[in-house]
Design a protein around this ligand. Structure first.
Ligand SMILES: [Zn+2]
Length: 290
């Protein structure tokens, strides 16, 4: 299910219709907004046997949906890193003549987690692109990619999706609101009520913490790290702060301090995603400042 991003989808459709499909693209923007889903949907569209936007009925669309298409590859991080071997393997596979696809495709999810060797291996391919292969990088933190990679990709930016569009897509007001612009989260909550319940609990806990003194904040952070739910906690924190930011902007209030704190949380999420950093220390550092 794709919710929102009408302008981005239109741009992709135009590229296809004008036969101007770039050999390398970068889908950047916040997490859980649908970047990877749209990347796969684009590969469906350019390979659809029914020549429709993406039909899910033809063999090509079906195989991409089921992740069994021999010419469409997805690369994911292993232990918070994308290794050179993964990139080389994907490149090698796409260097053969396509078995079925008109356009072979590689989607590199969380591309910012490619290590330097992996990025250099990818760069070689970008310098000598194959006409029939489309490489799509998906990333929340594209600025950590090599400038030489960034200069060779066609970039499409994704933003948070307005709550109203999520509400129209999933027909659930409370989930639309709590997913705060992230359709991926909304679908997850819809499909797994347990996750919705946990997210609600987490948000309540976090909002309560922000009203309390430092010692209380530290003890909650200790609990969160012991239970290894730092990632959910940080993302919830980000969401709460983004909501607050929106509210302040609406009321034309001063946002300087909040903007700085928001940046700290974003950095903490990035560090957590990329390294085995001491997250308890990281969380405590933010808790002091807020
Ligand atoms: Zn199809």
């Amino acid at each position: 299910m794709i919710i929102g991003h009408k302008a981005q989808q239109k741009k992709l459709r135009l590229l296809f219709e004008k036969r101007q499909i770039p050999h390398a693209m970068l889908f950047s923007g916040p997490g859980n907004v649908g970047k990877r889903t749209i990347a796969l949907s684009f590969l469906k569209m350019i390979n659809c046997e029914e020549k429709r936007v993406s039909c899910s009925g033809c063999r090509s669309c079906y195989e991409i949906d089921e992740k069994i298409h021999p010419d469409i590859l997805e690369v994911y991080p292993e232990n918070k890193e994308i290794h050179v071997k993964q990139i080389e393997k994907a490149i090698e596979k796409t260097s053969y003549k396509g078995i079925k696809a008109r356009h072979k495709g590689v989607v590199i999810d969380q591309a910012h987690l490619m290590n330097t060797q992996a990025q250099n291996a990818l760069l070689k391919t970008l310098e000598e692109p194959s006409k029939e292969t489309v490489i799509i990088l998906v990333s929340e933190y594209p600025y950590v990619l090599l400038p030489t990679i960034l200069s060779r990709v066609f970039r499409i930016k994704f933003l948070l999706v307005p709550s109203r569009e999520i509400e129209n897509g999933i027909k659930d007001v409370s989930i639309a609101k709590m997913s705060f612009g992230r359709p991926g989260k909304a679908i997850e909550y819809l499909q797994t009520p347990e996750k919705k319940k946990n997210a609600e609990k987490e948000e309540k806990e976090l909002r309560a913490m922000l009203k309390k003194e430092i010692s209380f904040r530290f003890s909650l952070i200790k609990k969160v790290t012991e239970e290894e739910r730092e990632e959910e906690f940080l993302n919830c924190w980000l969401k709460v702060m983004q909501e607050e930011m929106l509210e302040k902007l609406r009321k034309k209030k001063e946002t300087g301090a909040l903007r700085l704190a928001l940046k700290e949380v974003e950095e903490a999420i990035f560090l957590y995603s990329k390294t085995n950093t001491n997250t308890r220390l990281l969380l405590e550092k933010i808790a002091i400042k807020i």
